[in-house]
Write a protein that binds this ligand. Sequence first.
Ligand SMILES: Nc1nc2c(c(=O)[nH]1)N[C@H]1C(S)=C(S)[C@@H](COP(=O)(O)O)O[C@H]1N2
Ligand SMILES: [Mo]
Length: 416
Amino acid sequence: MSDKKHLAIWRSGDWAIGRRRFLGLGSLGALASTVAAACRKATPPAKAVQSWLGAPVSRYGARAKYETAAREFRQSRRNEASSSRTPLQSSHGVITPSSLHFERHHGGVPDIDPATHRLLIHGLVDRPVILTMDEIRRLPSVSRIYFLECSGNTGSEWGGPNEPDVQRAFGLTSCSEWTGVPLRSILDDLGLQSAGRWIVAEGADACRMTRSLPIEKAMDDVLLAYGQNGEALRPEQGYPLRLFVPGWEGNINVKWLRVLKVVAEPAMSREETSKYTDLMPDGRARQFSFTMDAKSVITHPSGGHKLASPGVCEITGLAWSGRGAIARVEVSTDNGATWHTATLDTPVLKLAHTRFHYTWWWDGQPAVIRSRCIDETGYVQPTREELVAVRGFFSNYHYNGIQSWKVQPDGTVTNA
Ligand SMILES: Nc1nc2c(c(=O)[nH]1)N[C@H]1C(S)=C(S)[C@@H](COP(=O)(O)O)O[C@H]1N2
Ligand SMILES: [Mo]
């Protein structure tokens, strides 16, 4: 295709011509030609060629004042029992900045001095201990990138399209690099007794968050985490210490951790009986439904976005699974009739957000776009109908149905 034609579709007002000319062209070819046209157009006007005498260095950084992405929350009657959501629609890559990590507090954010904080580990161990933060930070540590998702995330979509945008519908998931001590190494040292089958974790906040963790998981990949994205945990994420349970529902990742008790039977606390259980259609409930099932969502374009004009559109989003790595993400731009394999940013990490991309040539017609993911165990993200057929409508937690967005001819995007 000649340069003249590239420029022709780039000029505003020429979209109708461009659309006819590009119809049937592979989307990557279209992307390359659009980029080339943009480059040729980019002769800077004289007044833009200038430089600034800048501000001095600073002790602790802040983002550019032009950037406004923020957590979203509804003011509730009791602000101590609230949550805020990550702006996934404007996120890049897979790491959530700590300042935008979603929050879920049942008793507010306590202000805990690390110098006085203690972790008691007792119960069915030969040598119970009380550890200070300095003692914990002396132990060999690891750093790992993991997602953290509240099992209530996307619960709003059980009955069909509900929330207007990806932040409100999906924003209770975030992904950080977490640093801490493998719980296994400490339990090995303390002499775990064979009768110890569960560990009851308790937080130091007003709600005394209490959850029971099976010993097999505790001895696998659980961390006593004190670091997040290269610095100490944020207060909102459990400073100075939290339990980190990779791939499992957010609630068991007890923040402000102060007690671990090794026991024979689960505690049957509020958070694992009346809450965080899943009522099934036959009236029985799933309990200890820890694993976060595979889920994916297109974050751009998504609800609330407006496409400027027909032409090249980068579809991008996130996929993750509590069972391991994402093996494949597929994207449909024709209401599920055909599916295309998306490109995954590498490395693809187990139990972490995985960024996917698919380059789409939007022809200006109404379109429904969606993504579905398959994890390394072969688990396929279900449609809403498939999920509802098994789990019914009584559940609040663990909704992971395929999400669709509708692109209207004027470029507006809505939840479909
Ligand atoms: N001590 C304590 N731990 C807690 C909670 C809490 O309120 N108190 N909330 C839980 C819930 S429901 C979730 S989803 C995650 C949220 O972690 P975050 O606020 O770091 O995103 O923490 C869990 N751990
Ligand atoms: Mo949660």
